[in-house]
Design a protein around this ligand. Structure first.
Ligand SMILES: [Zn+2]
Length: 147
C-alpha cells in the first residue's frame, strides 16, 4: 500500500464560509453538519452521518485522508489518498432514499447528483453498506444501481 504522499489540494474551496449550507443537502450549515467530521473534531455516530460526510468530502475535494480513513481496509484496495483528494466530478446534491442500522451494520441507499462535461445532470444511485469497527463507522462497499 502506497503511503499518502500526494499534496493536499486546497481544502474546502467550495465552502467560503463555515455557515454556508452543507453540500450534503441537509439544510444545515456546513460547520454544524459534515464540517466537524471532515475536520476530525467529531465522529459520525450513524452510518447515515458517515455517508453524508463522505459525500461532502467528495463534493468539496481535499479530504482524501478522511475518505481513505473511513473506507474499510479490506475493500479500499488500490485507492490512493491523492486520487480521493480531487473533486473529479461536480457533485450538485444528495438525496437519501433509505437507511437502516442494525447493531454494527448499516445500509444507506442514496442518489447523488452530478454534472457531466456538458453540464447535463445525472444521478449516481447506490446502495452502500457500512460496518462499525471499534466504535467507528466505515464504508464497506457499494452497489451502483441504474438510475
Ligand atoms: Zn452535511
Amino acid at each position: 500500500m502506497t503511503s499518502p504522499t500526494a499534496p493536499m489540494t486546497s481544502t474546502g474551496a467550495a465552502i467560503s464560509s463555515a455557515l454556508a449550507p452543507c453540500p450534503c443537502d441537509s439544510g444545515k450549515p456546513f460547520n454544524r453538519c459534515c464540517g466537524p467530521f471532515l475536520k476530525g473534531t467529531a465522529t459520525p455516530r450513524t452510518a447515515k452521518q458517515l455517508m453524508r460526510s463522505r459525500y461532502s468530502a467528495f463534493a468539496i475535494g481535499g479530504y482524501g485522508d478522511y475518505l481513505y480513513a473511513s473506507w474499510h481496509p479490506a475493500n479500499v484496495g488500490t485507492v490512493m489518498v491523492g486520487d480521493l483528494n480531487v473533486a473529479e466530478v461536480p457533485w450538485t446534491g444528495l438525496t437519501i432514499l433509505d437507511d437502516e442500522q442494525k447493531g454494527d451494520r448499516g445500509r444507506v441507499e442514496f442518489k447523488a447528483r452530478y454534472l457531466d462535461e456538458n453540464g447535463v445532470e445525472h444521478f449516481h444511485h447506490e446502495h452502500s453498506a457500512f460496518l462499525r469497527v471499534n466504535g467507528k463507522w466505515l464504508y464497506l462497499e457499494g452497489k451502483v444501481r441504474e438510475a
